[in-house]
Design a protein around this ligand. Structure first.
Ligand SMILES: Cc1ncc(COP(=O)(O)O)c(C=O)c1O
Length: 494
């Protein structure tokens, strides 16, 4: 039975675990608790799925489907593969959530965590204090981030980094005596997390609908994905010029004195792996400069090698005032994120902080020493193993196999950069018309691939890939062999 399921911000249809027809439905009017009993008994109270159904609330998941069907319980990992509770192995084609860049058993990260736990398992950055690895990590990031990014604030997740960046933008403009300059622009299909402000920037309907979001001050402009938003007969160049004009028009309409910042992922990730149209950022950046609008680059997915450079900012020649980072920062072995800012932004924050007595923002676990030690070690590994060089060597194979799928009759577009890629299925290649969502085609391909040991993410009929950066050529071929087979099977059964 097919259930609508949410993974990472998208509605999709999924068969999870057991066949839902085994689950008895409660008669109408059945008491809630009795209904829970039926679910748990069916899944088995003593199974992990049963306990999960009873007690665990999942993020970005259809709450009913996972209770009825049970979760996919993961128990181990090695290299680019993870293992479920039945011992079945899967290639993690999305590196978990775009993040496990060094795979699932990097011993050096384990050792770094253990060592730091023994030395100083916890300390914070409040009141002018700092644990050693956090200082070293800040210095390391200053060395490797794009020129101009000098100072770093630490948090525990991408969303916290985004909220911190938003607060810094507001604080900065208050410091500069510009109390009205507070509105923030993001693009259609952006994903910047799920905290109240972060989800106001995120422009994926499922992350806003039902949550009374966005809050005030958040503005949206059209997406930068040429395939979807280019008009019939429009060139990519003309599309970019149109988007630039629209941005400038929005700034004029709202009043330049009210626009504080523009947030963008170099490549939009959760929105569908959408690289910008050619020349998009070259057209946008001068407009931001012209109106004194801060450019916040969200490197949460693109940072640390993903696009074939250490940062997506390098790949697209971006000059951020503020950068957010997470995921690959620690290869995701510990939850840690960072916000990097220029000296200019820092001085604004410093001035208002002086007046107020402190920069009144910070997290108990921000810059946690164990997370910072692991992140530092991840950076050492990236450097010693030349992970960027490895991505550059493997990316052509990855992109070639991806692009070859564009010939498939179910596929409208393939797109990607570095070790990021997407396959978008369409009902009609010429008109780009989407398939009827009730066909659940994306999930059917996912389920076929899963049977053969490959996990990735389907956002409706877009199939998204972001394997651990340590993938080999053989791994890439295995991923695309399984995917090709899954597409063929689904197409044969259509
Ligand atoms: C570009 C981007 N920004 C921010 C976030 C939010 O990060 P987190 O889930 O750690 O809060 C994500 C998460 O996927 C992301 O992809």
């Amino acid at each position: 039975m097919v259930f609508p399921t949410l993974i990472g911000g998208f509605m999709y249809f999924s068969n999870i675990g057991v066949d839902a027809t085994q689950v008895q439905r409660p008669p109408n009017g059945h008491q809630d608790n009795a209904w829970k009993g039926i679910i748990v008994d069916t899944l088995g109270l003593n199974t992990l799925s049963g306990l999960d159904a009873r007690h665990h609330i999942h993020g970005n998941t259809n709450p009913r489907a996972v209770v009825e069907n049970g979760a996919m319980v993961m128990t181990g990992g090695s290299g680019i593969r993870v293992t479920d509770e039945d011992g079945k192995q899967y290639i993690e084609g999305l590196a978990g959530l775009w993040c496990a860049s060094l795979g699932f058993n990097e011993e050096r990260l384990v050792v770094a965590a253990e060592k730091q736990m023994r030395e100083l398992p916890y300390y914070h950055g409040f009141f002018g204090r700092a644990p050693v690895p956090t200082i070293k990590l800040a210095a390391k990031l200053a060395e490797i981030t794009p020129e101009g990014i000098e100072k770093f604030f630490f948090a525990c997740s991408g969303s916290e980094a985004i909220d911190t960046a938003i607060k810094m933008v507001w604080y900065f403009n208050n410091s500069k005596g510009r109390p009205a300059k507070k509105k923030i622009i993001s693009r259609q299909n952006s994903y910047h997390g799920v905290t109240v402000a972060g989800a106001s920037l995120t422009r994926i309907p499922i992350n806003q609908d039902g949550f009374d979001l966005p809050i005030e001050r958040f503005l949206q402009i059209g997406g930068s994905h040429f395939y979807r938003y280019g008009e019939v007969g429009e060139t990519e160049e003309a599309f970019v010029a149109r988007r630039a004009t629209e941005l400038e028009q929005l700034i004029q309409d709202e009043g330049p004195d009210t626009i504080a910042a523009f947030f963008a992922e170099p490549v939009q990730g959760a929105g569908g792996v959408l690289p910008p149209a050619k020349g998009y950022f070259d057209a946008i950046q001068p407009i931001l400069k012209k109106y004194d609008i801060l450019f916040v680059v969200d490197e949460v997915i693109c940072g640390f090698g993903r696009t074939g450079n250490l940062f997506g900012s390098e790949t697209y020649n971006l000059r951020p005032d503020i950068m957010t980072m997470a995921k690959g920062l620690s290869a995701s072995y510990q939850p840690i994120s960072a916000v990097g800012i220029t000296q200019d932004v820092f001085e604004g924050i410093q001035e208002l902080g002086d007046q107020k007595g402190a920069f009144g923002h910070g997290f108990t676990y921000g810059g946690h020493p164990v997370a910072a030690a692991v992140a530092l070690e991840a950076q050492n590994i990236y450097q010693e193993r030349d992970i960027v060089g490895h991505v550059r060597a493997i990316a052509p194979v990855f992109q070639a196999r991806l692009n070859a799928l564009s010939e498939h009759h179910l596929v409208g577009e393939t797109r990607g950069v570095g070790l990021l890629g997407a396959v978008e299925m369409v009902a009609d290649k010429a008109t780009k018309e989407r398939f009827d969502p009730s066909l659940g085609l994306g999930v059917k391909v996912f389920d076929e691939a899963k049977k053969n040991g490959l996990l990735f993410r389907n956002a409706d009929d877009q199939l998204l890939f972001c394997p651990p950066l340590i993938v080999t050529e053989n791994d890439v071929n295995e991923i695309f062999d399984i995917l090709q087979h899954a597409l063929d099977r689904v197409s044969a059964n259509l």
